[in-house]
Design a protein around this ligand. Structure first.
Ligand code: UD1
Length: 422
């Protein structure tokens, strides 16, 4: 993507459906035997397409109805599905691991080539496997493929997660839906995407009690029914555009947000002196004559500051007045973007899990590489504020999570253009 920087953004855009909510909620269809799952507000993204292909390959019939008002996907599930996941599709993204729980619960067996995904450090699925074993599954890993099976049905029980992993919480919630008896999962992830999954499970008949206390209780049922649910707005996408507005000193409105989902980010933006106003489901960013104040950020599981927003925040802080720090506590190797931002004139030093960001006067456009999805978003944000032209290479990572980012930015007045390979 070629970006001619220095233009303040102005106008209004709408948030897409959340990638990280859509992927688990799509996997819910694997709990059905016959019937349909209808999902509204499903974003059009590479990862969503990969999940669609993966589900189709297992035997689910999928119909997509997209128009200006909605992006609906209907999953028509036959009585029987394949339980061997395609290697090429599984390796394309880490979220393919989300089919493990529902397939095992519904078919008593599954084989899943270990998934790939963004290169942001070691991303094991040991917590997913430990929980499934506690529910009675026998699991073996041979030649990079997870083979799991259970005699009879998975058995409900109390499971404590050593870390509130988003994916493990989701996989185990889906597994518990068709298990015998009640499952209580403790120390679960509390991201808003978990609430969306709980709603999707309830819509197919699974009683899920989620009280925001860090536990979830699920009474397994015999058979799920058809259902319909809406994917929540993408809080990470919303924050990307908020920061694009701030870094260009623009005046933009972002519609279809849930303000409480982005509290941690808004708190830090307030501390940094950014000017914005939040209404029921909208945020307005105002221009200001002042540079951002530096801030210190620590990424944490929700409701802490999201790891998925730290690279974009770093881009904005690269132009702050003073020294900011970002401590990464969720993933290893999440600072690969720093050397790319430094090529644009930023001054970011990495010391183990901490990025030390010394604010500079200006950034200059140059050729940079998106090393992963959110790194790509950070470079685009930096490019929007930089002098001259920035070229962001390896846009393939960005398309995994941002629907029509070129068109949305253009509608806000940005000068961006896709290259032939984008
Ligand atoms: C999800 C999001 C991702 C986000 C992350 C944290 C999706 C599709 N992706 O990823 O965008 O950055 O939550 O908010 O929803 N871990 C283990 N063992 C496990 C599982 C996780 O050690 O079995 C570790 C991971 O390596 C990582 C940390 O726990 O260091 C967080 O991972 P997790 O919460 O599981 O994130 P994902 O579900 O992969």
């Amino acid at each position: 993507m070629k970006i001619n920087g220095g233009i303040p953004l102005h106008g209004t855009i709408k948030t897409q459906g959340a990638k990280n909510a859509a992927l688990p909620v799509m996997a819910v269809c694997l709990l059905l035997r016959g019937g349909t799952l209808t999902l509204d507000n499903v974003p059009e993204l590479y990862d969503v397409n990969t999940m669609i292909e993966l589900l189709k390959d297992l035997g689910v019939e999928i119909k997509i109805n997209r128009d200006e008002k909605n992006s609906q996907v209907i999953f028509k599930v036959p009585e029987d599905l394949k339980w061997e996941v395609s290697e090429t599709l599984a390796r394309k993204m880490r979220a393919s691991s989300l089919v493990l729980g529902p397939l095992l619960a519904n078919y008593g067996r599954v084989s899943l080539p270990l998934p790939g995904g963004c290169s942001i450090g070691a991303r094991p699925i040991d917590l997913h496997l430990k929980g499934l074993k506690q529910m009675g599954a026998e699991i073996e890993i041979a030649n990079g493929v997870v083979h799991a099976q259970v005699k009879g049905k998975l058995r409900g029980r109390r499971i404590y997660l050593d870390f509130p992993s988003v994916g493990a919480t989701e996989n185990l919630m889906m597994a518990a839906s068709l298990a015998t008896g009640e499952t209580i999962i403790e120390n679960i992830a509390r991201e808003p995407e978990i609430d969306n999954l709980a709603a999707a499970l309830r819509c197919v008949g699974v009683p899920v009690e989620l009280e925001g206390t860090g536990d979830v209780r699920i009474k397994g049922i015999e058979k799920t029914s058809s259902g319909r649910e809406r994917v929540i707005p993408d809080r990470i996408e919303a924050c990307t555009y908020i920061l694009a507005g701030i870094i260009t000193n623009g005046h933009i409105k972002i519609e279809d947000i849930v303000p409480s989902h982005i509290d941690a980010i808004l708190a830090k933006l307030e501390e940094s002196g950014a000017k914005f106003k939040v209404k029921k489901n909208m945020i307005e960013i105002f221009p200001t004559k002042k540079k951002l104040h530096p801030v210190s950020i620590k990424t944490m599981p929700y409701p802490g500051f999201p790891t998925d927003s730290q690279p974009q925040m770093a881009a904005a802080l690269a132009l702050a007045r003073g020294v900011s720090t970002i401590e990464e506590n969720v993933f290893q190797a999440r600072f690969l973007y720093a050397q790319e931002l430094n090529r644009m004139g930023a001054d970011i030093q990495i010391s183990r899990d901490v990025a030390i960001i010394r604010g500079v006067e200006k950034l200059q456009g140059t050729l940079v590489k998106a090393t992963d999805l959110r790194a790509g978003a950070a470079l685009i944000i930096a490019g929007l504020a930089a002098e001259g032209q920035t070229v962001v290479d390896d846009m393939v990572h960005v398309w995994r999570g941002y629907e029509a980012i070129d068109k949305k930015l253009k509608s806000l007045g940005a000068q961006v253009e896709l290259g032939v390979n984008s």
